[in-house]
Design a protein around this ligand. Structure first.
Ligand SMILES: Nc1ncnc2c1ncn2[C@@H]1O[C@H](COP(=O)(O)OP(=O)(O)O)[C@@H](O)[C@H]1O
Ligand SMILES: [Mg+2]
Length: 396
């Protein structure tokens, strides 16, 4: 069918034509934001899930919904190579400038901008990558200790006071939170703890890989009480079918029940794969309805497309030793696997593989669901490893 009208949207962070199966979570966050605005005790929300389950697009949607409800939002993505203060400061500045245009909140927002100036100036020594414009001079003693934990706390507190005065809430949407360093994560948690204690309307809506939960607990033991960790998983068969059938129907195209079942089977409900199969099934079909045969034929091109993009970008960032480690895991199946079994597959000792395993965790390729267990963070990555490193050469 006409590729021009193809509604499906595979791609990291690309909004799907139908955001299926996430209504409950959207409602949870909507309620949380309204509660925090009303000064009621509320937990921040950290959504955890594998690659490609739709964390980023969900975060973006939640942010749009928050903005529509007049909540002040900011959005950042934690990169692997920059500090949290550096990515947060410019966004916070935007929010505070906006708040300073509110008559009620003007004074407190300006004070928060002073806090931001002190914060950036004093932390620049340690976090050289901080670059933010100054609108006001720092106020001596306000968020300028040079200690992240203390200063972030003071900064979010003054931002919270301004937000409160404006009658709104400040919702910070942070993606890829697993990349935030432990010390910075600890500081963020402490700051949120403080604003929560003072019932200030500041809340974090974050997303990250499953290791985020453990990292948060290690950074601050009381984090469990401060956050909810909803798991974002594959779509239910019903939701996956809706994600395909509804956008197709909007273009006047039907999809047979057998075709939908087949897509659910092939994709196991993982949103990224659902989009990829939807796209290729559409392109393969001659006309409506899309049939199971179309889906079957589309599977080859869908897998090839995934291999070239979704899987490939991750694979290309690996060292040869890391590739071998993942290949050995794949040899054992989808996982999770015991570290000892992986080591045995490689003919090595567990301890000597520790550094490789740690690097893979830091790169967000694997995580540890339980002590001594190792699992892929990318769904169906084991099958990809078999395709990209076939045979037994990797053992050499
Ligand atoms: N609820 C959903 N229904 C249908 N498609 C979705 C849904 N969530 C995500 N997708 C699609 O899945 C892909 C991956 O989404 P993304 O948010 O980048 O995942 P993550 O951030 O978890 O890696 C995108 O192509 C997106 O359009
Ligand atoms: Mg993402």
């Amino acid at each position: 069918m006409d590729p021009i009208t193809n509604p499906f949207a595979p791609g990291a962070g690309t909004p799907p034509p139908e955001l299926a199966g996430r209504d409950e979570l959207r409602e949870t966050v909507r309620v949380a934001l309204q509660r925090v605005r009303g000064g009621r005790p509320t937990k921040s929300v950290l959504m955890v899930g594998l690659r490609g389950v739709g964390k980023t697009v969900l975060l973006d949607r939640m942010r749009e919904e928050a903005e529509a409800a007049d909540i002040q939002t900011l959005r950042v993505e934690a990169p692997e190579d920059r500090s949290l203060p550096a990515i947060l400061a410019p966004q916070l500045r935007q929010s505070l400038l906006k708040l300073s245009r509110n008559e009620q909140a003007k004074e407190l927002a300006q004070r928060a901008l002073r806090a931001l100036a002190g914060f950036a100036k004093s932390l620049k020594v340690k976090y050289e990558d901080i670059e933010v414009g100054f609108d006001f001079d720092p106020e001596p003693g306000l968020a300028d200790n040079g200690d992240l934990e203390h200063d972030l706390q003071a900064l979010l507190e003054s931002a919270g006071l301004a937000t409160q005065k404006a009658g709104t809430a400040l919702a910070m949407f942070v993606d890829e939170l697993q990349y935030v360093g432990e010390e910075e994560l600890a500081a963020l948690i402490t700051a949120l703890h403080r604003t929560a204690q003072r019932r200030l309307p500041v809340v974090l809506v974050g997303a990250g890989l499953p290791q985020l939960r453990g990292r948060t607990g290690r950074a601050k033991s009381y984090a469990e009480r401060l956050f909810d960790f909803p798991e974002i998983g594959p779509l239910s068969p019903q939701a996956a079918k809706l994600a395909i059938a509804k956008p197709a129907k909007e273009q006047g195209v039907e999809v047979t029940p057998a075709a939908l079942d087949r897509i659910v089977r092939e994709t196991r409900g993982y949103p990224y794969f659902v989009q990829e199969w939807g796209k290729h099934s559409w392109d393969t079909a001659d006309d409506s309805p899309i049939t199971e045969e179309d889906v079957e034929r589309a599977s080859t091109t869908a897998i090839a497309a995934l291999d070239e993009s979704f899987f490939r970008v991750r694979f290309d960032r690996l060292t040869p030793a890391e590739k071998r480690y993942l290949r050995a895991m794949a040899e054992l199946g989808p996982g999770p696997h015991r570290s000892g079994d992986i080591a045995e597959e490689l003919g090595r000792g567990v301890t000597s593989l520790g550094p490789t395993r740690n690097q893979l965790i830091a790169k967000g390729m694997i995580w540890s669901p339980h002590h001594g267990d190792t699992a892929f963070t990318v769904p169906l990555f084991d099958e990809f490893m078999h395709r990209i490193m076939p045979g037994d050469d990797w053992r050499a």
